[in-house]
Design a binder for this molecule. Structure first.
Ligand SMILES: *Cc1c(COP(=O)(O)O)cnc(C)c1O
Length: 398
Protein backbone atom coordinates (compact mmCIF):
# COMPACT_ATOMS: atom_id res chain seq x y z
CA UNK A 1 0.00 0.00 0.00
CA UNK A 2 1.18 3.48 -0.84
CA UNK A 3 2.02 5.59 2.20
CA UNK A 4 -0.21 8.61 2.70
CA UNK A 5 1.35 12.05 2.48
CA UNK A 6 -0.06 12.75 5.94
CA UNK A 7 2.09 9.83 7.21
CA UNK A 8 5.21 11.05 5.41
CA UNK A 9 4.58 9.62 1.93
CA UNK A 10 4.66 11.47 -1.39
CA UNK A 11 1.56 13.54 -2.23
CA UNK A 12 -0.51 12.49 -5.25
CA UNK A 13 0.19 15.83 -6.93
CA UNK A 14 2.58 18.72 -6.51
CA UNK A 15 0.17 21.62 -6.89
CA UNK A 16 -2.79 22.05 -4.58
CA UNK A 17 -6.15 21.75 -6.31
CA UNK A 18 -9.22 23.46 -4.80
CA UNK A 19 -12.86 22.41 -4.83
CA UNK A 20 -14.02 25.16 -7.17
CA UNK A 21 -12.65 27.88 -9.38
CA UNK A 22 -13.89 30.40 -11.92
CA UNK A 23 -12.86 30.40 -15.59
CA UNK A 24 -12.26 33.87 -16.97
CA UNK A 25 -11.00 34.15 -20.54
CA UNK A 26 -9.91 36.93 -22.92
CA UNK A 27 -13.46 37.49 -24.14
CA UNK A 28 -14.57 38.17 -20.56
CA UNK A 29 -11.73 40.63 -19.97
CA UNK A 30 -12.55 42.45 -23.20
CA UNK A 31 -16.26 42.66 -22.38
CA UNK A 32 -15.52 44.20 -18.98
CA UNK A 33 -12.92 46.66 -20.21
CA UNK A 34 -15.15 47.84 -23.05
CA UNK A 35 -17.92 48.56 -20.59
CA UNK A 36 -15.59 50.22 -18.10
CA UNK A 37 -14.41 52.73 -20.69
CA UNK A 38 -17.93 53.32 -22.06
CA UNK A 39 -20.57 55.82 -20.94
CA UNK A 40 -22.29 53.70 -18.30
CA UNK A 41 -20.64 51.63 -15.63
CA UNK A 42 -23.93 51.11 -13.80
CA UNK A 43 -27.66 51.42 -14.63
CA UNK A 44 -26.81 51.21 -18.31
CA UNK A 45 -27.56 49.07 -21.35
CA UNK A 46 -25.60 45.96 -20.30
CA UNK A 47 -27.86 45.27 -17.33
CA UNK A 48 -30.93 45.51 -19.59
CA UNK A 49 -29.31 43.25 -22.16
CA UNK A 50 -28.39 40.73 -19.47
CA UNK A 51 -31.90 40.67 -18.02
CA UNK A 52 -33.38 39.98 -21.47
CA UNK A 53 -30.82 37.34 -22.26
CA UNK A 54 -31.18 35.60 -18.91
CA UNK A 55 -34.98 35.55 -19.16
CA UNK A 56 -34.69 34.07 -22.67
CA UNK A 57 -32.11 31.56 -21.57
CA UNK A 58 -34.25 30.13 -18.79
CA UNK A 59 -37.57 30.63 -20.55
CA UNK A 60 -38.98 33.10 -18.01
CA UNK A 61 -41.01 36.22 -18.71
CA UNK A 62 -38.96 38.47 -16.43
CA UNK A 63 -35.44 38.67 -15.01
CA UNK A 64 -33.91 41.16 -12.58
CA UNK A 65 -30.12 41.35 -12.21
CA UNK A 66 -29.04 42.06 -8.63
CA UNK A 67 -25.83 42.49 -6.67
CA UNK A 68 -25.60 38.93 -5.31
CA UNK A 69 -27.57 35.76 -4.70
CA UNK A 70 -28.44 36.74 -1.15
CA UNK A 71 -29.97 40.00 -2.42
CA UNK A 72 -31.99 37.94 -4.93
CA UNK A 73 -33.40 35.83 -2.09
CA UNK A 74 -34.14 38.90 0.01
CA UNK A 75 -35.97 40.64 -2.88
CA UNK A 76 -37.94 37.44 -3.55
CA UNK A 77 -39.04 37.33 0.11
CA UNK A 78 -40.02 41.02 -0.02
CA UNK A 79 -41.99 40.42 -3.25
CA UNK A 80 -43.68 37.44 -1.62
CA UNK A 81 -44.92 39.79 1.10
CA UNK A 82 -43.18 37.83 3.84
CA UNK A 83 -43.22 39.59 7.19
CA UNK A 84 -43.39 39.26 10.94
CA UNK A 85 -45.25 36.16 12.13
CA UNK A 86 -44.79 34.29 8.85
CA UNK A 87 -42.94 31.02 8.49
CA UNK A 88 -40.69 30.09 5.60
CA UNK A 89 -39.72 26.46 5.10
CA UNK A 90 -36.23 25.67 3.86
CA UNK A 91 -33.46 23.08 4.09
CA UNK A 92 -30.68 23.04 6.68
CA UNK A 93 -28.15 21.68 4.13
CA UNK A 94 -27.51 25.01 2.46
CA UNK A 95 -25.61 28.23 2.65
CA UNK A 96 -27.06 30.38 5.45
CA UNK A 97 -28.53 32.92 2.99
CA UNK A 98 -31.39 30.52 2.11
CA UNK A 99 -32.68 30.93 5.67
CA UNK A 100 -31.35 34.42 6.47
CA UNK A 101 -33.60 35.90 3.78
CA UNK A 102 -36.62 35.00 5.93
CA UNK A 103 -34.99 36.60 8.99
CA UNK A 104 -34.33 39.81 7.01
CA UNK A 105 -38.12 40.05 6.69
CA UNK A 106 -38.63 39.28 10.41
CA UNK A 107 -40.17 35.92 9.53
CA UNK A 108 -39.22 32.54 11.01
CA UNK A 109 -37.20 30.01 9.04
CA UNK A 110 -38.49 26.47 9.56
CA UNK A 111 -36.15 23.64 8.65
CA UNK A 112 -37.49 20.58 6.85
CA UNK A 113 -35.34 17.49 6.55
CA UNK A 114 -33.72 16.19 3.38
CA UNK A 115 -33.92 13.00 1.36
CA UNK A 116 -31.18 10.57 2.51
CA UNK A 117 -30.15 9.73 -1.06
CA UNK A 118 -30.48 12.96 -3.07
CA UNK A 119 -29.76 15.31 -0.10
CA UNK A 120 -32.48 17.65 -1.41
CA UNK A 121 -35.35 18.91 0.75
CA UNK A 122 -38.01 16.23 1.02
CA UNK A 123 -41.58 17.15 0.02
CA UNK A 124 -42.89 14.85 2.78
CA UNK A 125 -40.90 16.75 5.37
CA UNK A 126 -42.05 20.08 3.92
CA UNK A 127 -45.66 18.94 4.21
CA UNK A 128 -45.14 17.88 7.83
CA UNK A 129 -43.93 21.41 8.67
CA UNK A 130 -46.72 23.40 6.99
CA UNK A 131 -48.79 25.42 9.48
CA UNK A 132 -51.35 28.22 9.03
CA UNK A 133 -48.39 30.63 9.35
CA UNK A 134 -46.41 29.15 6.45
CA UNK A 135 -46.06 31.66 3.64
CA UNK A 136 -43.35 30.31 1.34
CA UNK A 137 -40.94 27.51 0.62
CA UNK A 138 -37.32 28.29 -0.23
CA UNK A 139 -36.19 25.07 -1.90
CA UNK A 140 -32.50 24.74 -2.75
CA UNK A 141 -31.35 22.76 -5.80
CA UNK A 142 -28.51 21.33 -3.74
CA UNK A 143 -25.31 20.67 -5.75
CA UNK A 144 -27.26 21.64 -8.90
CA UNK A 145 -29.78 18.82 -8.84
CA UNK A 146 -33.36 20.08 -9.17
CA UNK A 147 -35.61 19.56 -6.18
CA UNK A 148 -38.84 17.61 -6.68
CA UNK A 149 -40.46 20.59 -8.37
CA UNK A 150 -43.75 18.94 -9.30
CA UNK A 151 -44.40 17.72 -5.75
CA UNK A 152 -43.40 21.05 -4.19
CA UNK A 153 -45.64 22.96 -6.61
CA UNK A 154 -48.56 20.73 -5.68
CA UNK A 155 -47.97 21.46 -1.99
CA UNK A 156 -47.79 25.19 -2.73
CA UNK A 157 -51.04 25.08 -4.70
CA UNK A 158 -52.81 23.08 -2.04
CA UNK A 159 -51.71 25.31 0.84
CA UNK A 160 -51.54 28.63 -1.01
CA UNK A 161 -47.79 29.09 -0.56
CA UNK A 162 -45.19 30.78 -2.72
CA UNK A 163 -42.46 28.63 -4.19
CA UNK A 164 -39.08 30.36 -4.18
CA UNK A 165 -36.36 28.25 -5.78
CA UNK A 166 -32.84 28.90 -4.55
CA UNK A 167 -31.02 28.03 -7.77
CA UNK A 168 -27.60 29.33 -6.67
CA UNK A 169 -26.20 25.91 -7.68
CA UNK A 170 -28.40 25.03 -10.60
CA UNK A 171 -28.11 27.39 -13.54
CA UNK A 172 -27.89 25.13 -16.59
CA UNK A 173 -29.96 22.35 -14.98
CA UNK A 174 -33.23 21.20 -16.58
CA UNK A 175 -36.23 19.62 -14.90
CA UNK A 176 -38.60 17.61 -17.12
CA UNK A 177 -36.71 19.19 -19.99
CA UNK A 178 -37.46 22.76 -18.88
CA UNK A 179 -34.70 25.10 -17.75
CA UNK A 180 -34.45 25.96 -14.06
CA UNK A 181 -35.62 29.55 -13.80
CA UNK A 182 -39.06 29.20 -15.33
CA UNK A 183 -40.71 26.72 -13.00
CA UNK A 184 -41.08 28.16 -9.49
CA UNK A 185 -42.94 31.38 -8.62
CA UNK A 186 -39.52 33.02 -8.33
CA UNK A 187 -36.08 31.57 -8.98
CA UNK A 188 -32.94 33.07 -7.42
CA UNK A 189 -29.49 32.68 -8.94
CA UNK A 190 -26.00 33.49 -7.63
CA UNK A 191 -23.00 34.40 -9.74
CA UNK A 192 -20.32 34.20 -7.07
CA UNK A 193 -16.98 32.92 -8.50
CA UNK A 194 -17.43 29.37 -7.19
CA UNK A 195 -20.80 29.06 -8.94
CA UNK A 196 -21.20 27.83 -12.52
CA UNK A 197 -20.96 31.26 -14.15
CA UNK A 198 -19.76 34.42 -12.46
CA UNK A 199 -19.89 38.20 -12.41
CA UNK A 200 -17.58 38.49 -9.40
CA UNK A 201 -20.52 39.12 -7.11
CA UNK A 202 -23.93 38.90 -8.70
CA UNK A 203 -27.37 37.39 -8.68
CA UNK A 204 -30.71 37.36 -10.44
CA UNK A 205 -34.39 36.70 -9.90
CA UNK A 206 -36.50 35.22 -12.67
CA UNK A 207 -40.29 34.88 -12.67
CA UNK A 208 -43.30 34.55 -14.95
CA UNK A 209 -45.52 36.61 -12.68
CA UNK A 210 -45.76 40.32 -13.44
CA UNK A 211 -46.96 41.22 -9.93
CA UNK A 212 -43.96 39.53 -8.30
CA UNK A 213 -41.61 41.00 -10.87
CA UNK A 214 -42.80 44.54 -10.09
CA UNK A 215 -42.42 44.08 -6.34
CA UNK A 216 -38.99 42.44 -6.58
CA UNK A 217 -37.87 45.12 -9.00
CA UNK A 218 -38.83 47.90 -6.58
CA UNK A 219 -37.11 46.06 -3.72
CA UNK A 220 -33.79 45.98 -5.59
CA UNK A 221 -33.74 49.69 -6.34
CA UNK A 222 -34.81 51.68 -3.25
CA UNK A 223 -38.54 51.18 -3.90
CA UNK A 224 -38.22 54.02 -6.37
CA UNK A 225 -40.51 54.23 -9.37
CA UNK A 226 -40.43 56.49 -12.37
CA UNK A 227 -42.70 56.10 -15.39
CA UNK A 228 -44.53 58.05 -18.05
CA UNK A 229 -47.91 57.75 -16.40
CA UNK A 230 -46.46 59.44 -13.33
CA UNK A 231 -45.14 62.28 -15.49
CA UNK A 232 -48.52 62.85 -17.11
CA UNK A 233 -50.45 62.71 -13.86
CA UNK A 234 -48.08 65.17 -12.29
CA UNK A 235 -47.66 67.58 -15.16
CA UNK A 236 -46.71 70.32 -12.71
CA UNK A 237 -43.57 68.32 -11.95
CA UNK A 238 -40.62 68.18 -14.32
CA UNK A 239 -38.35 65.63 -15.90
CA UNK A 240 -36.51 65.12 -12.63
CA UNK A 241 -39.52 63.53 -10.97
CA UNK A 242 -39.61 60.08 -9.38
CA UNK A 243 -41.32 58.57 -6.38
CA UNK A 244 -40.34 56.21 -3.63
CA UNK A 245 -43.39 53.97 -3.27
CA UNK A 246 -42.04 51.22 -0.98
CA UNK A 247 -39.01 50.61 1.23
CA UNK A 248 -36.36 49.06 -0.99
CA UNK A 249 -32.62 48.53 -1.05
CA UNK A 250 -29.75 49.23 -3.38
CA UNK A 251 -29.15 45.76 -4.74
CA UNK A 252 -28.30 46.76 -8.31
CA UNK A 253 -25.71 45.05 -10.45
CA UNK A 254 -23.15 47.23 -12.25
CA UNK A 255 -22.91 47.32 -16.03
CA UNK A 256 -19.41 45.87 -16.08
CA UNK A 257 -20.58 42.91 -14.02
CA UNK A 258 -23.47 42.47 -16.45
CA UNK A 259 -20.99 42.58 -19.35
CA UNK A 260 -18.94 39.87 -17.66
CA UNK A 261 -22.00 37.73 -17.05
CA UNK A 262 -23.19 38.10 -20.67
CA UNK A 263 -19.79 36.87 -21.76
CA UNK A 264 -19.95 34.00 -19.26
CA UNK A 265 -23.43 33.04 -20.48
CA UNK A 266 -21.89 32.44 -23.92
CA UNK A 267 -19.87 29.68 -22.28
CA UNK A 268 -22.55 28.15 -20.06
CA UNK A 269 -23.28 25.23 -22.41
CA UNK A 270 -19.59 24.43 -22.70
CA UNK A 271 -19.07 24.70 -18.94
CA UNK A 272 -22.10 22.51 -18.35
CA UNK A 273 -20.89 19.85 -20.78
CA UNK A 274 -17.50 19.69 -19.10
CA UNK A 275 -19.00 19.54 -15.61
CA UNK A 276 -21.18 16.63 -16.75
CA UNK A 277 -18.16 14.81 -18.20
CA UNK A 278 -16.27 15.11 -14.92
CA UNK A 279 -19.29 13.99 -12.90
CA UNK A 280 -19.65 10.93 -15.13
CA UNK A 281 -15.98 10.06 -14.68
CA UNK A 282 -16.21 10.46 -10.90
CA UNK A 283 -19.41 8.40 -10.72
CA UNK A 284 -17.80 5.59 -12.71
CA UNK A 285 -14.67 5.60 -10.58
CA UNK A 286 -16.48 5.71 -7.22
CA UNK A 287 -19.19 3.17 -8.04
CA UNK A 288 -16.64 0.43 -7.46
CA UNK A 289 -15.54 1.72 -4.04
CA UNK A 290 -17.93 0.49 -1.34
CA UNK A 291 -16.60 3.03 1.21
CA UNK A 292 -17.77 5.92 -1.00
CA UNK A 293 -21.46 6.70 -1.38
CA UNK A 294 -22.40 8.83 -4.37
CA UNK A 295 -25.32 11.23 -4.58
CA UNK A 296 -28.46 9.79 -6.21
CA UNK A 297 -30.30 11.74 -8.86
CA UNK A 298 -33.99 11.85 -9.69
CA UNK A 299 -34.68 11.06 -13.36
CA UNK A 300 -36.48 14.40 -13.90
CA UNK A 301 -33.30 16.38 -13.24
CA UNK A 302 -30.82 16.80 -16.09
CA UNK A 303 -28.22 18.27 -13.79
CA UNK A 304 -25.45 20.75 -14.41
CA UNK A 305 -23.61 19.87 -11.22
CA UNK A 306 -22.08 22.70 -9.19
CA UNK A 307 -20.64 20.47 -6.45
CA UNK A 308 -19.52 16.88 -6.40
CA UNK A 309 -20.08 15.38 -2.97
CA UNK A 310 -18.65 12.11 -1.77
CA UNK A 311 -20.17 10.57 1.30
CA UNK A 312 -18.02 8.27 3.42
CA UNK A 313 -19.40 5.04 4.74
CA UNK A 314 -17.67 5.52 8.08
CA UNK A 315 -18.67 2.02 9.24
CA UNK A 316 -16.25 0.65 6.66
CA UNK A 317 -13.38 3.00 7.51
CA UNK A 318 -11.09 3.31 10.51
CA UNK A 319 -10.83 7.10 10.12
CA UNK A 320 -13.12 10.00 10.92
CA UNK A 321 -14.36 12.44 8.25
CA UNK A 322 -11.88 14.96 9.64
CA UNK A 323 -8.95 12.52 9.18
CA UNK A 324 -10.09 11.70 5.63
CA UNK A 325 -10.43 15.41 4.79
CA UNK A 326 -6.99 16.24 6.24
CA UNK A 327 -5.39 13.28 4.45
CA UNK A 328 -6.87 14.53 1.13
CA UNK A 329 -5.42 18.00 1.76
CA UNK A 330 -1.96 16.48 2.37
CA UNK A 331 -2.30 14.71 -1.00
CA UNK A 332 -2.86 18.28 -2.29
CA UNK A 333 -6.56 17.89 -2.95
CA UNK A 334 -8.28 20.59 -0.91
CA UNK A 335 -11.88 19.53 -0.32
CA UNK A 336 -14.65 21.53 1.36
CA UNK A 337 -17.78 20.59 3.30
CA UNK A 338 -21.18 21.77 2.05
CA UNK A 339 -22.78 22.51 4.44
CA UNK A 340 -22.80 22.80 8.21
CA UNK A 341 -26.54 22.59 9.05
CA UNK A 342 -27.67 26.22 9.20
CA UNK A 343 -29.39 25.95 12.58
CA UNK A 344 -26.18 24.69 14.19
CA UNK A 345 -24.66 28.14 13.95
CA UNK A 346 -24.42 30.16 17.19
CA UNK A 347 -26.73 32.84 15.81
CA UNK A 348 -29.48 30.30 15.13
CA UNK A 349 -28.86 28.53 18.44
CA UNK A 350 -29.45 31.88 20.16
CA UNK A 351 -32.75 32.15 18.31
CA UNK A 352 -33.75 28.89 19.96
CA UNK A 353 -33.06 26.26 17.28
CA UNK A 354 -31.85 22.96 18.72
CA UNK A 355 -29.55 20.32 17.33
CA UNK A 356 -31.41 17.20 16.23
CA UNK A 357 -34.38 18.79 14.43
CA UNK A 358 -33.33 17.41 11.01
CA UNK A 359 -31.62 14.10 11.80
CA UNK A 360 -31.12 13.03 8.18
CA UNK A 361 -29.38 16.26 7.20
CA UNK A 362 -27.21 16.13 10.32
CA UNK A 363 -26.17 12.55 9.60
CA UNK A 364 -25.32 13.42 6.00
CA UNK A 365 -23.32 16.45 7.11
CA UNK A 366 -21.13 14.28 9.31
CA UNK A 367 -19.85 12.10 6.49
CA UNK A 368 -19.67 14.29 3.37
CA UNK A 369 -17.10 16.38 1.58
CA UNK A 370 -17.01 18.17 -1.75
CA UNK A 371 -14.16 17.21 -4.05
CA UNK A 372 -12.89 19.49 -6.86
CA UNK A 373 -15.34 20.14 -9.68
CA UNK A 374 -14.95 22.95 -12.17
CA UNK A 375 -14.77 23.06 -15.97
CA UNK A 376 -11.17 24.18 -16.18
CA UNK A 377 -9.95 20.96 -14.51
CA UNK A 378 -7.81 18.91 -16.87
CA UNK A 379 -8.34 15.18 -17.29
CA UNK A 380 -5.15 14.71 -15.29
CA UNK A 381 -6.57 16.82 -12.45
CA UNK A 382 -9.66 14.61 -12.42
CA UNK A 383 -7.57 11.43 -12.37
CA UNK A 384 -5.42 12.86 -9.55
CA UNK A 385 -8.49 13.48 -7.43
CA UNK A 386 -9.76 9.95 -8.06
CA UNK A 387 -6.33 8.55 -7.28
CA UNK A 388 -6.17 10.50 -4.02
CA UNK A 389 -9.63 9.29 -2.94
CA UNK A 390 -8.64 5.68 -3.70
CA UNK A 391 -5.33 6.05 -1.89
CA UNK A 392 -6.92 7.48 1.24
CA UNK A 393 -9.70 4.83 1.21
CA UNK A 394 -7.17 2.02 0.87
CA UNK A 395 -5.18 3.28 3.81
CA UNK A 396 -8.19 3.66 6.06
CA UNK A 397 -10.19 0.62 4.97
CA UNK A 398 -11.30 -1.58 7.89
C1 LIG B 1 -23.94 30.98 -2.93
C2 LIG B 1 -25.27 30.71 -2.38
C3 LIG B 1 -26.18 31.72 -2.01
C4 LIG B 1 -25.79 33.16 -1.89
O1 LIG B 1 -25.25 33.71 -3.01
P1 LIG B 1 -24.28 34.97 -2.90
O2 LIG B 1 -24.18 35.40 -4.34
O3 LIG B 1 -22.98 34.48 -2.35
O4 LIG B 1 -24.93 35.98 -2.05
C5 LIG B 1 -27.45 31.35 -1.62
N1 LIG B 1 -27.85 30.08 -1.57
C6 LIG B 1 -26.99 29.07 -1.88
C7 LIG B 1 -27.50 27.68 -1.84
C8 LIG B 1 -25.69 29.35 -2.29
O5 LIG B 1 -24.86 28.35 -2.57
Amino acid sequence: MERLAIDGGKPVRKEMIYYGRQWIDEQDVKAVSQTLTGDFITCGPKVNELEKRLADHVGADYAIAVSNGTAALHCACVAAGIGEGDEVITTPLTFAASANCALYCRATPVFADVDPETYNISPESIEAHITPKTKAIVAVDFTGQAVKIREIKQLCDRHDLLFIEDAAHSIGTRYDNKAIGSLADMTCFSFHPVKTITSGEGGAITTNREDLYKKAFLAHTHGIERNEQMMEDLSHEGAWYYEQVSLGYNYRMTDFQAALLLSQLDKLDRFSKRRKEIVRRYDDAFKGIPEIIIQKEIPQSDTCRHLYIIRLDLNRLVCTRRQFFDAMAEEHVQCQVHYIPVYWFPYYRRLGYKKGICPVAEKIYESIMSIPLYPKMSNQDVEDVIYAVRKVVENYRK
